[in-house]
Design a protein around this ligand. Sequence first.
Ligand code: NIG
Ligand code: FE
Length: 414
Amino acid sequence: MTKSVLINRIGELVTNAPGDAGAADAAGPGAGGGLGRFALINDAALVIEGDRIVWTGPSDRGPAADESVDAAGRAVLPGFVDSHAHLVFAGERSAEFAARMAGRGYAAGGIRSTVAATRAATDAELRAGLRRLAAEMLAQGTTTFECKSGYGLTVEDEARSVALAAEATDEVTYLGAHVVPAEFEGDAGAYVDLVRGPMLDACAPHARWVDVFCERGAFSVDEARAVLTAGQARGLIPRIHASQLGPGEGVQLAVELGAASADHCTFLTDADVDALAGAAPSPTSAGTAGTVATLLPGAEFGTRQPYPDARRLLDAGATVALATDCNPGSSYTSSMPFCIALAVRDMHMTASEAVWAATAGGALALRRGDVGYLAPGARADLIMLDAPSHTYLAYRPGVPLVHDVWQSGMRQPH
Ligand code: NIG
Ligand code: FE
């Protein structure tokens, strides 16, 4: 028989589930389905059976279970869903970061130095780096993460990147169109043909998603469309790096193609904001439709760019996710709590909006109906904080507040 675990005396249980008391300032889709707006239950309990949540409610009504855990007033929230990360790479670029902090700008071309290091690395070295970052994420409460290729940029090196990523997560993204590699300098067309042809053939079996860096210095909107539609024809779902370094057409392309997410969204036009508001997914469509605006404040922190205007997106009705963009160039953080703190302090999101975006928002950006919320049927992925409320994630920035993490019902050692 499957063992049940009761976690009781939870000071504040963030559920993101319709039917639970919603916070007044909450953002997100309306009630319906498993996942809803930001919502929480004070003085709560929950029951895990196997890898699922089977019950949530008031602490004094918690049913009997095989084992019980006393939360002693701590807050519990859904595990973070990091829907944007680049974890298969070798080397580091701290000198580039230091130069930026001394006044230099960020350019897409820096990717090439990580490409050279990644090509030179063994599979074992890449695997070890990926595992180290995945362990960092888990220790900070991330129980689901997406992982992109994009630092190989040959058929062989992209294929091994997606294969390695698939060892660590189900959410694998083929990003052969990250930058035009040096050996194709001046012949982007030939490189795009490779990306949408033989490289796609080699990578599609290991991937769920296809992504393009649609930006000045990387790929044009027409090149992006060519790669993403080729990916769609192979059964991959598009997501796009768009408007990170300046305004562009990437967001419109994301909505046109039904991409799951447009990521970065740092320089948006009014038309972009309208398009994202019009394409906001509803929770009942978590598995099928809608385009999320995924904001990556670690990248603005690491490049000293202005932060994206989260309020403008939220006020217009767009669905916002927060993710780390963990990569050695623009955002070398694996910490969702850090991104939440930045979003609250510098992007004017409320703590509830930021926590929702880092959990339910990420789930919608990955079209997952089983994570990002805590209600019967959800995967038992949860974080217990050493704090009485989710607000502490921004109120006590930089402090390791993650006390315990359960992933698929298993309490993680720490
Ligand atoms: O999301 N924008 C493109 N890709 C990464 C940066 C990659 C790099 O600089 O190595 C990003 O910021
Ligand atoms: Fe990225």
